[in-house]
Design a binder for this molecule. Structure first.
Ligand SMILES: Nc1nc2c(ncn2[C@@H]2O[C@@H]3COP(=O)(O)O[C@H]4[C@@H](O)[C@H](n5cnc6c(=O)[nH]c(N)nc65)O[C@@H]4COP(=O)(O)O[C@H]3[C@H]2O)c(=O)[nH]1
Length: 935
């Protein structure tokens, strides 16, 4: 120790010399006496006389304790030893120690004599030491560090509390050296023993990391430090050291190592390239991806300055800014040598800067082409008339083309956003179905969804749409987007419905048409066969409808047809079918009548009567009050072997029966009709057979036509069928059949040819050379498109004079298509052919029509001639026809003249010619010459 140091210590000791004072208490009267030194201690001159006076200077918190100590000691006569704080007048607190002993005087009085010592500095040191000890203890506890000593001479081992705690042993444990060693795991034990012995022997300190097993069985990592303590003779008298629990540190270190490992693995494996630069911009780390993108091995780059290596790199300013402002920078950099676009992100740190970068060349190109294709898509969407839509399912965001506005009245804004905007506008009746359908398509892995549904327009009207969407999925198959188009089918649907309606309904009366009736009839036959129920089929034909049509026009006729439809519908239940079969014909189908035939017939009869009654009520057609009736034929059927065509024929047949029974009546089909039907079928077959070779069974007879002067001016050719078994078949029987079957076309041609041959034959003889031949032409024949050509084709090669051919047409054939009729007649007339109107008066020709036709002759029907002289009506009609003919400049010929009186009447009234039995019956050609000769 130096002399300067010594003198410092002495002066400090002098300063620290405690101040002593003395006191004395007389116990008998408790008077107190203090020595002068006490004034220095208390910092004032004291003159107390009693113990209480002294206590006033004691710290109030301790006053009671001090008083109790005094009174206790004084009362029992025991020594006093009390420490307390006193307060000086300056307010300074001082620690004092008061000690005292009782002194007994001879006379029995007791006194207490004691000292008072200022121990403030001593107490401060003590407190400091205690504080330090506490801190040390705390620190060693926190640091898990304890101390130990080993005394060489005694072999005693002393463990601090923390060392005891590390070993999980009670505080104060003093193990033997062996016991202390035994806590170490075997590998560590040999080592510590060796180091301990070496330290003991030659003083080599040690510091080892080892493992112990605590008393509680835990393995703990420890750091054992030891060093020698030598005496004045340099002899090692003691070993001392520290003992630390470093398990936590080891754990933390291991964790840190693991984390570092993981971090480096992560950095190596992340798809982003990554590197770090130090403050001098030198590479300190690069991951594998960075190596790949830089196309350089990392060994080549580490330690190099980035700008030196990549001279064209433009990020210098950005990096510098990042470090300067300590802020992250993100920028794109096109590095020309590699033809690459990089996205670079720099994060400054204390060590420099950490940089992530990735090649976005392709992504940017993809983005660019995506943007271009999006643009294309939107443009195309704008050019179509459908609503194109695009639903981003991840963002639940819908986009629609502008057509949403033109087609449905919504703005595109109203339809952008969640898909709900769309589903809310589906017709409520279909919403769930459609939404579930689209969900199922998405969930089911479909690539497409297609549906037809009703969609509500903005104005609340309903549109029919066809909606079709393609489902776009990601690599995992998850649906991410749907793109589609919505087509407004409303017009198409309406047109389809209209077409369907037109196909199955009559546009005038709105009744089912023939087609629909056939369908229903087919079904009715099938179901009645199953259920054995009876059905009824009514065939209704309006009486004299044609006359109405002809006289008042089609528009009025149409009104009647509509009203009839309405009345018929009112006569049956809504399950029954009232159909318009064509023209003025209606067919009604009643289903599910009783299975008892009699009952079913009665019910059918009642309904039929009801129809007749309804139909004969007056009609109001424009301003006219019109009376009309109908003839109804009905057939019952129950499905047994029924055939649609057959049923209709039967009903039709019954209707004709009703007609011939005087009209305005109802007739059931009966077996006689069936017989007639069969006969007709047989006749048809025979007719076809005969037609194979017309000349064999057919022939023409001729009935002369006589003029006023008695001359035979012409003949009417009348067809005859000489059937091998039936004998002579009347044209009245087979001509209608030939019409119906179309056979009349070739039969008519044959007749014309035959007549031409006859003309040629007659041309040879002067009596017959000038004869005209009137040839009957049926309606079907005349209206055939090739009729005129056919006539000319026959006349031309035949070499006859067309003026000698007169075609006889009936009223019905002429009126069917007036324009066509006039054209055909005019054409033929230019070739010389003449025309006669047959059976005039039986039809309903209007004068207006008649005027337009290029006719040459009117023939008064023989029905008017028959009762001409007895029935004034017929006479009036005959006279009217004659007058009419003359006014139109036509010749008038009367048919069926059988008597002279009839002939005379007719001639008298201006008729120019006649034919009939009065002159001759139709006869073979050979007989004609004789008649002509004698006429
Ligand atoms: N009661 C009576 N009858 C008389 C008298 N004079 C003539 N008749 C009959 O009256 C019919 C006159 O012919 P239509 O009115 O043209 O009526 C014809 C005509 O419409 C049709 N027809 C005859 N031949 C042909 C033909 O070649 N082609 C076509 N399309 N129809 C024909 O057959 C109908 C019937 O012919 P037909 O049976 O030959 O009957 C003939 C004739 O025999 C008489 O004084 N009293």
């Amino acid at each position: 120790m130096s002399s300067a140091q010594q003198s410092d210590d002495q002066s400090a000791q002098a300063r620290q010399v405690p101040l002593f004072g003395f006191w004395e208490i007389d116990v008998t009267d408790m008077t107190l006496t203090l020595s002068d030194e006490t004034h220095a201690i208390f910092g004032r001159a004291l003159a107390p006389h009693r113990l209480e006076d002294l206590l006033q200077f004691v710290h109030p918190d301790e006053r009671t304790r001090v008083y109790d100590a005094f009174t206790g000691a004084l009362g029992e006569g025991t020594p006093l030893n009390v420490e307390c704080r006193i307060i000086r007048p300056s307010g300074e607190a001082r620690d004092v120690c008061m000690r005292g002993e009782p002194i007994r005087a001879d006379e029995g009085s007791t006194r207490y004599v004691g000292t008072i010592q200022d121990i403030t500095e001593q107490m401060q040191r003590r407190r400091q030491a205690e504080q330090n000890a506490r801190l040390l203890q705390m620190a060693s506890h926190i640091a898990h560090m304890g101390g130990w000593t080993y005394e060489v001479q005694t072999g005693r081992v002393i463990w601090s509390d923390e060392v005891c705690r590390i070993h999980e042993m009670p505080d104060g444990t003093e193990p033997t050296v062996e016991e202390a060693f035994n806590f170490f795991v075997p590998e560590s034990r040999a080592r510590i023993r060796r180091r301990f012995d070496t330290c003991l022997r030659d003083g080599t300190p040690y510091d080892e990391e080892l493992e112990i097993i605590t008393a509680g069985g835990r393995k703990v990592c420890v750091r054992a430090i030891g060093e020698p303590v030598r005496d004045a003779n340099n002899t090692i008298v003691q070993l001392q050291g520290a003992f630390l629990d470093i398990s936590e540190i080891r754990d933390v270190e291991q964790q840190a190592a693991r984390m570092a490992e993981r971090l480096s693995a992560t950095l190596e494996s992340i798809t982003d390239a990554f590197y770090t630069l130090d403050r001098e911009w030198r590479f300190t780390y690069l991951n594998r991806e960075a190596e790949r993108l830089f196309q350089r091995p990392r060994a080549e780059l580490l330690g190099k300055v980035v700008w030196d290596v990549f001279s064209g790199f433009k990020g210098q300013r950005e990096f510098e800014r990042a470090v300067r402002e300590n802020s992250t920078v993100v920028f794109e950099n096109y590095y020309a040598p590699y033809h690459m676009l990089f996205e670079v992100r720099g994060y400054p740190s204390e060590d420099g800067i950490t940089v992530y970068f990735r090649d976005i060349t392709e992504a940017r190109q993809t983005e660019e082409s995506l943007r271009a294709s999006e643009e294309r898509f939107r443009t195309i969407a704008r050019t179509t008339t459908d609503v194109v839509w695009d639903w981003d399912m991840q963002a639940d965001s819908l986009w629609t083309s502008d057509t949403i506005e033109t087609l449905f009245g919504y703005t595109t804004q109203e339809f952008s956003g969640p898909i709900r905007a769309w589903s809310e506008h589906i017709h409520p009746d279909e919403r769930d179905r459609v939404v579930n359908h689209i969900k199922a398509a998405i969930a089911g892995g479909d690539s497409e969804w297609i549906d037809e549904y009703r969609f509500l327009r903005k104005d609340g009207t309903v549109a029919y749409v066809l909606d079709r969407g393609f489902i776009i999925r990601d690599a995992t198959g998850r649906a991410t987007r749907m793109i589609g188009a919505m087509v407004d089918l409303t017009e198409r649907r309406q047109a389809e419905r209209r077409i369907e309606y037109l196909a199955y309904y009559d546009s005038l009366t709105q009744l089912p048409n023939r087609q629909l009736l056939m369908d229903r009839l087919r079904k009715a036959i099938a179901t009645s066969a199953q259920h054995h129920s009876t059905n009824a089929l009514f065939f209704i034909d309006l009486d004299n409808f044609k006359s109405l049509n002809d006289t008042l026009g089609h528009a009025v006729g149409d009104q009647l047809l509509k009203q009839v439809a309405h009345r018929l519908t009112g006569c049956v239940s809504h399950n029954d079918t009232v159909s318009r079969f064509g023209g003025d014909e209606y067919v009604v189908l009643l289903e599910h009548l009783s299975d008892d035939m009699v009952e079913a017939s009665a019910a059918t009869q009642a309904i039929g009567e009801r129809m007749l009654k309804a139909l004969r009520q007056p009609y109001k057609l424009d301003e006219y009050r019109h009376l009309s009736t109908a003839s109804i034929g009905v057939v019952l059927f129950n499905g047994d072997k029924d055939d649609i065509g057959e049923l209709l024929k039967r009903a039709d047949m019954a209707m004709y029966q009703a007609k011939s029974a005087g009209r305005n009546t109802l007739r059931f089909f009966n077996p006689h009709m069936q017989a007639a039907l069969s006969a007709r079928i047989a006749l048809e077959s025979d007719l076809r057979q005969a037609m194979r070779d017309c000349a064999r069974e057919f022939d023409l007879h001729y009935q002369p036509q006589v003029s006023r002067d008695g001359r035979v001016t012409g003949v009417e050719a009348l067809l005859r069928w000489r059937h091998p078994t039936r004998g002579m078949v009347s044209p009245v029987e087979f001509i209608p059949l030939a019409e119906e079957t179309g056979l009349v076309l070739s039969l008519g041609e044959w007749v014309l040819k035959k007549a031409c041959q006859q003309l040629l034959a007659w041309a040879a003889s002067p009596e017959t050379a000038g004869l005209e031949i009137a040839v009957n032409v049926s309606a079907r024949q005349f209206h055939h498109p090739g009729f005129a050509a056919q006539v000319l084709a026959v006349l031309g090669p035949a070499g006859v004079n067309p003026h000698q051919i007169k075609l006889e047409l009936t009223e019905t054939s002429l009126l069917e298509n007036l324009e066509d009729t006039v054209a055909k007649m005019s054409l033929l007339k230019t070739h010389g052919v003449t025309f006669a109107l047959d059976d005039f008066g039986t039809g309903y020709s209007s004068l207006a029509y008649l005027k337009q036709l290029p006719l040459d002759m009117l023939k008064i029907d023989r029905s008017f001639v028959l009762d001409l002289l007895t029935n004034p009506n017929d006479a009036v009609i005959a006279r009217t026809i004659i007058a009419l003919g003359r006014s139109l400049g036509l010749r008038v010929l009367a048919e069926g003249v059988e008597t002279v009186a009839q002939r005379d009447f007719l001639f008298e009234h201006g008729c120019e010619a006649y034919q009939g039995f009065l002159c001759a019956q139709p006869m073979p050609a050979a007989a004609v010459a004789a008649i002509v000769h004698h006429a």
